[in-house]
Design a protein around this ligand. Structure first.
Ligand SMILES: Nc1ncnc2c1ncn2[C@@H]1O[C@H](COP(=O)(O)OP(=O)(O)OP(=O)(O)O)[C@@H](O)[C@H]1O
Ligand SMILES: [Mg+2]
Length: 422
């Protein structure tokens, strides 16, 4: 009797031990999986190129989930489609690059519901995207699909498949893959940001090069040629004077003057055109902001910039006109006004943008200056007016001696938005 009791007690203990051993093995496998995932996650953050990163993510997911195949899809927001970015195993490689509507198929369900999904028999699930399933012969039985979510936005889905009959994914698998997907989504987002920064940087360098090339060409074709001709004339004048041919010398000097004036005008126009790259890449408000900052820092001028609203990108001509006019107004304030404060203000409204430059300097008699403008060799004010007219704008100038000067540019938006050309 006692023997029988001992025997059954022993059996129970044996069973208990076997169960514990099983649990221990499962826990060890789980820890091993987590460790692998931790290693993978660490290396994810150091891969900044999108393609190898996606491959690394999918490869690790398939390996860790002990799946036989898998795929990673990213959402194309512009077309609202899911794109098969990487495929591993299962004979599905031909699917690479295939697109499907973002709300279709199992992946579409996961993406639109923002929830993971386990499907035990894919071929019997009516969420399965038939068009792709018919074109590609799969023997998938079981599938686990999780959404890729970062900063609250779904960016795609990650799925692993099992072709082995009877081998199903469970909720523990789902939990692991969901965690892994969250970390993967952050890495994907970082790689995308890095790539777009790199592209932006390359674009800025290309614009810079273009501006430099243009400047070199303009200097060569314009002022350089005129200067060569001025030197020749000057030599001629010198010879004429040496031979006492004063009439010739005076005539030659008379012809030389307009050439010299033309060269000066060209150089000034070129200086006007030397606009910062930020104007091309980010538009007029960031360009003026950084210009004002540069004046404060590099020239110790008290320049204040204010924009009382946003404007979208304007046409190239309009942006260049605004920037150049502000540049000349500031140069004048620096050169003539002895101002202790200069203000640049951009005021957008629904149909026009107003740009004001005000200084609190010595001011001047506008009428007297404009009346005698032809007699002067200066071009600044004339250039500002011409530039405003080219973009259908108006430029008004008011100044009171002793109280400062203000320049007001008004530009209609109807003809000056980025898509229009004035
Ligand atoms: N902000 C200002 N404060 C005081 N005087 C000014 C101001 N802006 C212009 N002026 C006066 O108006 C004149 C004409 O300006 P304009 O910009 O046309 O010529 P400039 O600055 O003398 O030469 P340039 O611009 O061709 O280098 C200046 O010479 C100056 O006397
Ligand atoms: Mg000037």
């Amino acid at each position: 009797m006692a023997e029988h009791y001992l025997h059954s007690e022993l059996e129970a203990l044996k069973q208990e031990a076997a169960k514990l051993q099983q649990e221990y093995a499962a826990a060890s496998a789980y820890i091993a999986t987590l460790q692998v995932l931790q290693d993978v996650t660490r290396s994810l953050s150091s891969e900044l190129n999108l393609e190898p990163l996606l491959q690394m993510i999918l490869g690790s997911a398939v390996q860790v989930m002990r799946a036989s195949a898998g795929s990673l899809l990213l959402l194309d927001r512009e077309t609202d489609e899911l794109v098969f970015e990487v495929i591993e195993g299962g004979g599905g490689e031909a699917l690479q690059g295939t697109r499907m509507p973002a709300d279709q198929g199992i992946a579409g369900w996961v993406v639109s519901h923002r929830e993971p999904l386990i499907v035990d028999d894919v071929n019997r699930d009516n969420r399965h995207y038939r068009r792709i399933a018919e074109d590609h012969d799969f023997a998938i039985t079981s599938l686990l699909c999780v959404p890729l979510i970062t900063k609250g936005q779904v960016i795609g889905s990650l799925q692993v498949l099992n072709e082995e009959p009877g081998k199903y994914f469970d909720t523990a698998d789902q939990e692991i893959l969901t965690t892994f997907a969250a970390q993967s989504a952050v890495a994907i987002e970082n790689a995308r940001l890095y790539n777009s920064l790199r592209e932006e940087h390359e674009r800025i360098i290309a614009v810079e090069e273009e501006v430099r090339r243009e400047l070199a060409r303009d200097l060569h074709d314009g002022p350089a040629q005129l200067l060569a001709s001025i030197i020749m004339s000057a030599n001629f004048v010198k010879e004429a004077i040496a031979h006492n041919a004063m009439e010739h010398a005076i005539k030659e000097l008379g012809e030389l003057m307009p050439v010299a004036e033309k060269a000066l005008r060209q150089v000034r126009t070129l200086l006007f055109d030397l606009r910062p790259v930020i104007l091309e890449t980010q538009g007029v408000i960031p360009a003026l902001e950084s210009y004002a900052q540069r004046l404060r820092e590099a020239e110790d001028l008290n320049v204040v910039f204010r924009a009382s609203g946003e404007i979208g990108r304007l046409s190239h001509n309009a942006e260049v006109a605004i920037f150049s006019i502000v540049q000349e107004a500031i140069t004048n304030a620096k050169k003539h006004a002895k101002a202790s404060r200069i203000e640049i203000e951009v005021i957008p409204s629904h149909d026009q943008v107003t740009v004001a430059v005000r200084d609190n300097g010595v001011g001047f008699d506008v009428k007297a200056t404009t009346d005698r403008y032809d007699e002067r060799s200066s071009l600044g004010m004339l250039n500002m007016k011409e530039r405003a007219e080219i973009v259908n704008g108006t430029l008004s100038l008011s100044s009171t001696p002793g109280q400062g000067t203000s320049i007001l540019l008004e530009l209609p938006l109807t003809t000056n938005l980025a898509s229009e050309s004035p």
